[in-house]
Design a protein around this ligand. Structure first.
Ligand code: AMP
Ligand code: MG
Length: 642
C-alpha cells in the first residue's frame, strides 16, 4: 500500500514543533486578510431580509448525484422497502440512502433568524406545519431522498476505522436565491443509520441545546462554523445516558459536511477510486472549481516544489489554510472544540461537531473542556498542533493524487494505475508538498492570529513586536493572576485609557480585572497576605496597562477613547455562551419548562458585541449572564456522552 504512514511522521513532528515553539518569534508576514473577513459577515441583527418559502427554496442533491451509494442500498426504493438497516461496514461508497425516523410528537423550541437569512428562507416559515414536520424528521421532499455520509477517523490519535453519520441524516441541499450559496441540511438525532455502530441514533436535549447555541454563537463572533437552523424537542423520545434524558433534533447546515475522516476511510482501504471521486467532488462542488483554490505558493511559504501544482495540491493547501485560519480564531477567542478527531475536522475549515466544547474562563492554556481527555490532547494550547496533525493525515490520503503532479491525468495512470518506478519520485514530491503546506499552515495561522489579537487590543496596525510585547505578556499575566480571558479584552475596551497617564490611576483600574477565582482571591491566603498579594498583582496589571497605553499612543488617534472603544467593542464580545450559562439554560428549559430564555441566549449569542439586548428591565439579568463566572462553575468540563 502506498504511501506508508511513517514517511510523513517526520513532516508531522517537524512542523508540529515549529508551530508550538516558534509562535511568538516567527517573522510575521504582512498579508491582507480582508478576504478572510468575507468568509462570514456575522449576524447584523437586522430584521427579516426577505427570503422565500420552504417550498419555493431551490433544492438539489448534488452529493448523492455525484458520489457512489452504499452497494447494499443502491436506490432510494430499496431503502424504502427495507427495515432500518443494521450497523455494518459500508465499502466503496460515500453514503447510504436512509430516511429520518418519524416521531409524531414534537415541539419546535427555537429557530435562528440569522440562519433563516443565510439560507434565504422567509422569516415566519417556522409557523407552517411543513417546516415543523421537516425539522422533526416527519417529512421529506420525495424528489430528494435523504442520506447518511460514510467516513472514518482517527480518534484521540488512534485509527478508529469506519465511523460515519450515526445519527445525522442529510435531507437535501438548498441554494439561497439571493446569494447563490448552497447548503446541505442535516438533522442530528434523527434515528439510526448503518453508521450507528453500538449507539442509538439519538441526541439528547442537553447536547442539542449546546450545539444549537454554539453554532450560532461562533457565527455571531464571525468564526467559520457549521450552522444551526432549528431546535426541536421530541418529548416522548428518551435516551439512556448517565440518566434517562429527553431527545431532540438540531437542524444544522453547512456548505459541506466533508471531513478529513471522509478521506481517511478510503485511504485506509486503499480505495483510490473513491478518494479521487471525493476529491473531485470537493474541488468542483464544494469549492466551486480550481479557480477558487488559491494561487501558486509564495516564496515565504517555501516556494514552488518541482513543477506546477495540480488541482489536488491546490485543494489540499486551501484546506490547510482554511483550517489554519479557523484555529487562529479559536485561539484568539479562547474557543475549544474538545474533540478534534479527524472526523470532526472540516474540509472547509469550519468549526464542526460540538460536544464537550467550551470558551475559556480564567486563562489556562492547559485547559481541556473534555472530561475524558486525560492526556490533554485537545487542550487549548494543543489545538494548532492537533489541527496540523489532522492536516498531515489528509496529506497522506491525497499524497498519491498531488504527488503525481500532471501525471495524475495521464492515460497510462488512469488505465493501469501507479507504476513501481513512479513510487519514489511521487513520494518525494508528496513529502515536499506536505512539508511546504506545513510552512503555509504556520504562516497563515500566525498572521491571522496576529491580526485578530491586534484588533482585540485596539491596535490599528500590526507590528511584529506586538506578539512579544503585548500578546504574550497579556496571556502570561492572565495565566499567572487567574484572569478571565474574555473579560480581559472587553474590560480593556471600557477603560478611559487616555486619562490614565499616571500609575495610580492604572493601579486603581487594575481592580477591575479580578474575579472570585483569581489567584489573589484563592482560599488559604491569610487576609493580610491577600492584601499584599493583591497590591502586587495590581501593580503588575498597571505596568502592562502602561505599556499598552504607550503602544496605543504610537498610532494616529490611538488615545482617542471614543474611537478605540467603538472599534474594540466590535471585536470583543460582551457575551459568550460559557459552560455555566449553557448549564443554566439547559436546566431552565429541561426542568422548568422555560422557553423564552432560549431565545434570549440565542439573541445574545448572535449579537455578542452589544452592550445590551433587551429593554432596560432586562439589563440586570443580561449583566449577570455577561458577568463573572460563578466560582463553583469555573472551568467546567463535559463528558463525550451526548
Ligand atoms: P462525535 O463524537 O459526535 O464526533 O461522534 C463520533 C461518531 O460516533 C460519529 O460516527 C457519530 O455519528 C457517532 N455517534 C455519536 N453518538 C451517537 C449516537 N447516539 N448514535 C449513533 N451514533 C453516534
Ligand atoms: Mg463527529
Amino acid at each position: 500500500m502506498f504511501p506508508p504512514q511513517q514517511i510523513f511522521q517526520q513532516a508531522a513532528t517537524h512542523s508540529n514543533r515549529g508551530v508550538l515553539r516558534a509562535l511568538p518569534r516567527l517573522l510575521l508576514l504582512s498579508r491582507n486578510f480582508s478576504s478572510l473577513m468575507d468568509i462570514n459577515t456575522g449576524y447584523s441583527g437586522m430584521s427579516s431580509k426577505g427570503g422565500v418559502t420552504l417550498d419555493e427554496l431551490p433544492k438539489s442533491h448534488v452529493f448523492t448525484d455525484k458520489l457512489p451509494p452504499d452497494p447494499n442500498v443502491p436506490t432510494p426504493q430499496v431503502a424504502d422497502s427495507n427495515q432500518r438497516p443494521k450497523p455494518g461496514l459500508v465499502k466503496n461508497a460515500a453514503f447510504t440512502w436512509i430516511k429520518p425516523e418519524e416521531t409524531p410528537d414534537y415541539e419546535l423550541l427555537a429557530v435562528s433568524p440569522a440562519a433563516f437569512d443565510s439560507i434565504g428562507l422567509k422569516r415566519g416559515e417556522e409557523k407552517e406545519e411543513g417546516f415543523g414536520k421537516l425539522v422533526s424528521g416527519n417529512k421529506i421532499f420525495e424528489e430528494h431522498y435523504p442520506w447518511a455520509q460514510c467516513y472514518g477517523g482517527y480518534q484521540f490519535g488512534h485509527w478508529a476505522g469506519q465511523l460515519g453519520d450515526g445519527r445525522a441524516i442529510s435531507l437535501f441541499e438548498s441554494t439561497n436565491p439571493s446569494t447563490g450559496v448552497r447548503y446541505e441540511w442535516q438533522l442530528k438525532g434523527a434515528g439510526t443509520t448503518p453508521y450507528s455502530r453500538f449507539a442509538d441514533g439519538k441526541a439528547v436535549l442537553r447536547s442539542s441545546i449546546r450545539e444549537f447555541i454554539v453554532s450560532e454563537a461562533l457565527h455571531g463572533l464571525k468564526i467559520p462554523t457549521t450552522r444551526a437552523l432549528s431546535l426541536t424537542l421530541l418529548p416522548k423520545k428518551k435516551a439512556q445516558r448517565e440518566t434517562i434524558e429527553s431527545c431532540a433534533i438540531v437542524t444544522r447546515f453547512a456548505q459541506s459536511w466533508l471531513r478529513v475522516g471522509t478521506f481517511d476511510l478510503p485511504y485506509s482501504r486503499n480505495d483510490r477510486n473513491l478518494t479521487r471521486k471525493l476529491a473531485d467532488y470537493a474541488i468542483e462542488e464544494v469549492y466551486g472549481g480550481v479557480k477558487n483554490l488559491g494561487g501558486p505558493r509564495e516564496e515565504s511559504d517555501g516556494g514552488e516544489p518541482d513543477g506546477e501544482p495540480n488541482r489536488y495540491e491546490l485543494f489540499y493547501r486551501e484546506v490547510v489554510r482554511r483550517n489554519a485560519r479557523t484555529v487562529a480564531y479559536w485561539q484568539a477567542y479562547g474557543f475549544m472544540n474538545g474533540v478534534l478527531n479527524t472526523d470532526n475536522t472540516s474540509i472547509l475549515g469550519l468549526s464542526l461537531d460540538f460536544g464537550p466544547f467550551s470558551f475559556m474562563d480564567n486563562f489556562d492554556p492547559s485547559f481541556t473542556p473534555n472530561h475524558d481527555d486525560s492526556s490533554l490532547r485537545y487542550s487549548y494550547r494543543n489545538q494548532p498542533t492537533i489541527i496540523w496533525w489532522n492536516m498531515v493525515r489528509l496529506g497522506e490520503s491525497l499524497a498519491e493524487l498531488f504527488g503525481l503532479g500532471s501525471l495524475v491525468d495521464s492515460p497510462q495512470y488512469l488505465s493501469s494505475g501507479l507504476q513501481p518506478s513512479q513510487v519514489e519520485p511521487l513520494t518525494k514530491r508528496a513529502e515536499s508538498i506536505i512539508d511546504r503546506a506545513g510552512i503555509e499552515y504556520k504562516t497563515t495561522f500566525i498572521s491571522t492570529y496576529q491580526t485578530l489579537m491586534s484588533q482585540r487590543l485596539g491596535f490599528q496596525t500590526n507590528k511584529e513586536i506586538d506578539m512579544e510585547n503585548h500578546f504574550t505578556t497579556a496571556l502570561d499575566l492572565m495565566e499567572k493572576l487567574g484572569l478571565d480571558f474574555n473579560h480581559f479584552f472587553r474590560r480593556l475596551a471600557d477603560l478611559p485609557i487616555s486619562h490614565m497617564g499616571d500609575e495610580d490611576s492604572r493601579v486603581m483600574a487594575a481592580e477591575h480585572f479580578f474575579n472570585e477565582n483569581s489567584a489573589v482571591n484563592m482560599p488559604g491566603l491569610a487576609a493580610r497576605d491577600k492584601l499584599k498579594e493583591k497590591e502586587k498583582a495590581k501593580k503588575e496589571i498597571a505596568e502592562w496597562l502602561g505599556k499598552w497605553r504607550e503602544r496605543l499612543a504610537e498610532e494616529d488617534g490611538g488615545l482617542d477613547d471614543e474611537r478605540r472603544q467603538r472599534e474594540m467593542k466590535k471585536v470583543n464580545p460582551r457575551f459568550l455562551p460559557k459552560n455555566w450559562v449553557l448549564d443554566e439554560l439547559i436546566n431552565r428549559v429541561q426542568r422548568n419548562g422555560e422557553r423564552d430564555i432560549l431565545h434570549k441566549i440565542l439573541d445574545m449569542s448572535l449579537r455578542p458585541f452589544e452592550d445590551h439586548w433587551g429593554p432596560e428591565s432586562e439589563w440586570a439579568e443580561e449583566d449577570r449572564l455577561c458577568g463573572d463566572v460563578p466560582p463553583q462553575d469555573a472551568g467546567m468540563q463535559c463528558s463525550c456522552s451526548s
